[in-house]
Ligand binder design. Structure first.
Ligand SMILES: [Fe+2]
Ligand SMILES: [Fe+2]
Length: 189
């Protein structure tokens, strides 16, 4: 016998008008609906509990390290084909990372911060510079420009530090477990 929780049973009654009795002894469609919903519910609960073990700070800082590693490999790579593949992987990863920040994390921080948004505004400005720098490097992949690559490396070092020491821990401190689970699920989707 499955260990159904009360929240799930209340949800099924309110949403589908299926009780536990219907689910074991009712119409076939009710039994199937109940079984499918329970599997989805259990899966969601598992994701929430996994998410509760990891902070936003940890998740995003790990992504910084992953992107740094790809960028370093790109800088070390002397073969044009490999270098452009590595740069493409870096560019796509960075676009996804910035999207997580600008579409999920920063709007959440802005709601919590109220009017005090100077750090967010600065980080968004830096994102613009990062995107511009990535565009410049993309345009010069045939004749590599070490100066442009150094600039991006430095830009990212300062930017990541500001997020890892300021914004991410601040977000972790200002959201509850449920919000954290939702945020991480959206980013993992
Ligand atoms: Fe960022
Ligand atoms: Fe970041």
């Amino acid at each position: 016998m499955e260990n159904y929780d009360k929240e799930f049973l209340d949800f099924m009654k309110a949403k589908y008008r299926i009780t536990l009795d219907d689910a074991t002894d009712g119409q076939e469609s009710q039994i199937i609906t109940f079984a499918v919903a329970w599997n989805v519910w259990k899966h969601a609960k598992r994701i929430y509990s996994q998410n509760s073990e990891i902070s936003i700070s940890r998740f995003m800082s790990d992504d910084h390290s992953r992107l740094d590693y790809i960028f370093e490999e790109f800088r070390r790579s002397k073969k044009a084909g490999l270098a452009s593949q590595l740069f493409l992987a870096f560019k796509m990863g960075m676009e996804r990372h910035i999207r997580w920040e600008e579409e999920i994390l920063f709007p959440l921080a802005r709601r919590k911060l109220g009017k005090d948004t100077a750090m967010l505004d600065e980080l968004i400005l830096q994102h613009k510079r990062i995107r511009g720098s990535i565009r410049d490097i993309s345009g010069r992949l045939d004749s590599r420009d070490a100066g442009l690559e150094n600039d991006l490396e430095q830009l990212l070092a300062g930017h990541d530090k500001m997020e890892e020491e300021g914004m991410y821990p601040w977000i972790d401190d200002s959201i509850d477990e449920r919000e954290k689970g939702e945020v991480l699920s959206r980013m993992k989707a």
